[in-house]
Design a protein around this ligand. Structure first.
Ligand code: SF4
Length: 417
């Protein structure tokens, strides 16, 4: 959005009271951010009364709430849905000229909106995120994404490759490919390019040193993609593969499309092909109907996989999803207990995994100065672990071999270069 508006003489300011336009970009995967949007709008109300700027909300909450947001917040000028971003400047002009409040949340079935994601002027950085697809066809029963982002839509491969070549010319060394389900990349495109094929092509781009991606759906993790971890030298040894639950009964209720056994089989295959691969995942505790036995299955899966890190959440009902209508919701206290047990176990696993790196030499791509100290730089290993070590900005964008002297429980590795 910033890039789009730069072409219309907008410049960025970090101070709200200097802005002519305040845009709140939103996510509605969890419920809390939705509440935060309304409290942020509340904070900007006074500013709006004093300065008369334009206030807008973009993203998934905007898509989901639509006109309701305009009804609820009388001083809100713009609600712009996930597919309408390319129209941003046009909608702002309409507001300016007519003084009307605008809500635009139509889905663009043609996929044209994805073109707006192609930057004309990438920001010079070491690492850059590149959206390759949006939307999801899976309809997990707890998730709002397919309703607010629509079905899977992929950007043409030539466009992605052009963007990445451009980024490489600007000095970017690492590309992080983004999509709700990157494994589904290519569906519906005229030319047959699937995700492994796209990775092969990115791997050939001169100047790019590292490739990462997220998120992968376990049911769509093909053998060809797993094989890429041993064949593509630029593809980093890390995969984020959400499992959500270890219980087949709950996985079925979640509509995830795989079983605990088939998930473990994919993990086994990944470790065979790439023994050093780091694996992280998302898990939900307290999905409706989750019994103690189901929770034990989740813990068992964690023990079997030994994830490098885990993003764990208590289930919270999302309005408009099928799971929100289920009657057998789990009590808050039980959810909290399960989350605490799970997180304690994972902390120990993460620490043990980190300890195995002590004494090892890791390749680190230096990204920036460390937040803690101006004398240190920060970067990541190929397995996506953060490393801080003494150095200055001359190292930014360089691949440096770093010996890990000490591992700590919270996955950070302050170490010496
Ligand atoms: Fe949501 Fe991911 Fe399931 Fe798609 S695969 S519905 S994005 S949880």
């Amino acid at each position: 959005m910033l890039r789009l508006l730069e072409g219309f003489h907008y410049t960025e300011t970090k101070e709200a009271d200097k802005a002519d336009l305040i845009l709140i970009n939103t996510c509605s995967v969890r419920e809390k951010p939705e509440h935060k949007v309304y409290s942020a709008l509340g904070r900007f109300r006074k500013l709006k009364e004093r300065k008369g700027m334009v206030i807008g909300v973009a993203g998934c909450v905007a898509q989901q709430e639509g006109e309701r947001m305009l009804d609820r917040v009388p001083y809100l000028d713009l609600v712009i849905g996930t597919h309408a971003i390319p129209m941003l400047a046009e909608l702002l002009e309409r507001i300016e000229v007519s003084g009307q409040r605008v809500c635009e949340t139509r889905f663009d079935r043609s996929g044209e909106y994805l073109k707006a994601l192609l930057p004309e002027k990438p920001l010079a950085k070491v690492k850059s995120y590149v959206t390759i697809m949006q939307g999801c066809d899976h309809f997990c029963s707890f998730c709002i994404v397919p309703y607010v982002r629509g079905g899977e839509r992929s950007r043409p491969s030539w466009e992605i490759l052009e963007e990445i070549r451009h980024l490489a010319e600007m000095g970017v060394k690492e590309v992080f490919l983004l999509g709700q389900n990157v494994n589904g990349y290519g569906k519906g495109l005229e030319r047959e390019v699937d995700f492994p094929r796209l990775l092969d092509q990115i791997n050939e781009i001169e100047g790019i040193e590292r490739i990462r991606f997220t998120t992968s759906h376990p049911a769509d993790l093909s053998d060809a993609l797993i094989q890429d971890f041993s064949e593509l030298e630029k593809l980093c040894e890390h995969i984020h593969l959400p499992f959500q639950s270890g219980s087949d009964r709950i996985l079925k209720a979640m509509h995830r499309g795989y079983t605990k056994e088939s998930y473990l089989e994919r993990i086994k295959r990944l470790k065979e092909v790439c023994p050093s691969i780091a694996i992280t995942a998302d898990v939900i505790v307290g999905f409706p109907g989750e019994e103690e036995e189901d929770f034990k299955e989740t813990l068992d899966l964690m023990e079997k996989v030994k994830f490098d890190d885990l993003f764990s959440f208590k289930y919270s009902p999302r309005k408009g999803t099928r799971a929100a209508q289920l009657q057998n919701q789990v009590e808050e206290e039980v959810k909290q207990d399960r989350l605490s047990i799970l997180q304690k176990i994972q902390r120990e696993i993460t620490f043990q995994k980190n300890l195995t790196l002590e004494g090892k030499v890791e390749e680190v791509l230096v990204e920036s100065l460390s937040k803690q100290s101006n004398q240190d730089v920060t970067g990541r290993t190929r397995s996506n672990k953060i490393v801080n070590f003494p150095g200055d900005m001359n190292l930014a964008g360089k691949l440096v071999s770093v010996k890990i002297l000490k591992a700590y429980p919270h996955s950070l590795f302050p170490s010496a270069g």
